[in-house]
Design a protein around this ligand. Sequence first.
Ligand code: 1HE
Length: 274
Amino acid sequence: MFMTQCQENFMSDPILLTSEQGNIGIVTLNMAHKRNALNEDAIAAIDAYFSAVPSHIRTILLTAKGDHFCAGLDLKEHHDKARSGVEFMRVCQGWHRAFDKIQHGGIPVIACLQGAVVGGGLELASAAHVRVADSRTFFALPEGTRGIFTGGGATVRTARIISAPRMVEMMLTGRVLDAQEGRELGLAHYVCDTAKGDTPAPELALTLAKKIAGNEPLSNYAIVSAISRIADMSATDGLFTEGLVMAMIQQGDDVQERLGEFVNKKAHKVQLNA
Ligand code: 1HE
């Protein structure tokens, strides 16, 4: 297993652990002592990893050490630095850049969630394409109750998942959603309750990462790059772009072979609970 360490953390621990299992990249937030709250170095480490993903990596698993996925902005750093408006605008733009590389980097990212997925932690999770949650996960946007606002992309990414009016209500009231409520709104796609015999979330997330890695890389690229962009277009432009993307993707090297497998009855069928 390949392992690198990104930047230094509390007591010289790396902020981010990165490793590989075959063609799966694994990125792990490693600041459990502060519930994986994100300071400037953490954002820089995330940006650095997603800026230079090794070419053999087909999917990325985003995980976190400890009981909580991510407590959002490092409030201590923010408080201690007493940033000016302009300084914090630049910090927010750094978050936007880093998380945009997650969402639009062309490689599917599967987030494995546990405990708190709050504030900037929810903004980070919202940039991932598949979210698998442990049943004790909870979601919140407490910025409104802390006298600040979202700055890591929630107004764009999270609002598009749960709808803008829902986000307004969550922020005004500081409401905390449990894993099931989060799933109903699309914040989690899978909820794993091991007490009920479900596969543990990390195991399911890895299984899904491996399955997605088996898709055509160009198909995956289009799925994670085109759909959210087309959603921002007019219907006319969207349909035109969809056609162009399809025309390009279907010229991929192995497409004929994959289609032939179905035609020759060698491919799997689409079945419920397969
Ligand atoms: C932190 C942070 C943090 C914990 N920044 N240090 N985010 C929030 O408002 C979430 C704030 N955090 C919490 O509500 C709770 O810490 C948790 C529910 C996540 C976890 O509770 P718990 O009981 O497991 O831990 P704890 O005792 O509260 O915290 C353990 C340590 O982590 C403690 O430090 P210590 O030195 O006393 O050990 C906490 O101070 C530290 N810690 N969360 C800094 N967020 C780009 S804009 C994004 C806007 C936002 O994200 S606003 C932040 C929203």
